[in-house]
Design a protein around this ligand. Structure first.
Ligand SMILES: C[S@@+](CC[C@H](N)C(=O)[O-])C[C@H]1O[C@@H](n2cnc3c(N)ncnc32)[C@H](O)[C@@H]1O
Length: 213
């Protein structure tokens, strides 16, 4: 019996997104990760609209959220509401991402990447958008199975994310003290942005969740 999962999955299935249990079954992960944001006036961004089913899902689940969706094309869009903000943007084009961020600077409490799922798209988007995640907020990369199909070596998203595990553990490995709030002065120059700003990274089937400190 898991009521939050069941009710969220029912919304996902009704909306028609492949995030529901009829396909990827991501709502176990989302019920867990999104519970603390559910009734808050958060700012939310999802990359990848397709027909708009996930816009319908998140509009229902987050009654107080400011919702943004971006896609390279609106050609497939069937559901378009006045509640959400829709943006044309190419997630693998740094200049286009900067243009989007000049219009919607954030910070965002939640960013979900459900776009084109290539490494270049996922990594370009992450490098530009993760710095705009609010402290305590999360960045979700969906459909990581695609990262295994072209090899898992350097350049792949899964390779980058595995390396991020080492960045999260850097301060403990370097000093024997896990607190990121008490970095010794002599180690401070080694604190890269990700070492300093990624509080946690977790994986579930085909999804990574990266939390900002
Ligand atoms: C899997 S669908 C999104 C599904 C939707 N989130 C849902 O759950 O119903 C992926 C979307 O990513 C978009 N996409 C593909 N390449 C993109 C790019 N370079 N920039 C932005 N969006 C892109 C596609 O146009 C498509 O609409």
């Amino acid at each position: 019996m898991n009521t939050p999962y069941r009710s969220l999955d029912a919304i996902a299935r009704e909306a028609g997104t492949d995030k529901g249990s009829q396909w990827h079954d991501y709502m176990h992960m989302y019920a867990h990760e999104f519970a603390r944001f559910k009734d808050e006036p958060i700012r939310f961004l999802e990359i990848g609209l397709w027909e708009g089913a996930s816009a319908k899902l998140w509009e229902t689940y987050f009654p107080k959220a400011e919702l943004h969706f971006l896609d390279i094309s609106f050609d497939a869009l069937k559901y378009r509401s006045g509640r959400s903000h829709y943006h044309l943007c190419n997630q693998e084009d740094p200049a286009d991402l900067q243009r989007f961020l000049s219009q919607v600077p954030g910070p965002f409490d939640i960013i979900v990447d459900d776009g084109g799922h290539t490494a270049r798209q996922q990594l370009t988007s992450f490098s530009h958008l993760f710095p705009r995640v609010q402290s305590g907020g999360i960045y979700v990369i969906e459909d990581l199975h695609s990262s295994y199909w072209g090899g898992t070596g350097p350049g792949s998203t899964i390779h980058f994310l595995k390396a991020l595990v080492d960045e999260v553990n850097f301060i403990g490995a370097r000093t024997g003290r896990a607190s990121q709030a008490n970095v010794p002065d002599e180690v401070r120059p080694e604190m890269t942005f990700y070492r300093d700003q990624v509080r946690s990274i977790s994986f579930s089937s085909s999804v990574a969740v990266i939390e900002r400190r």
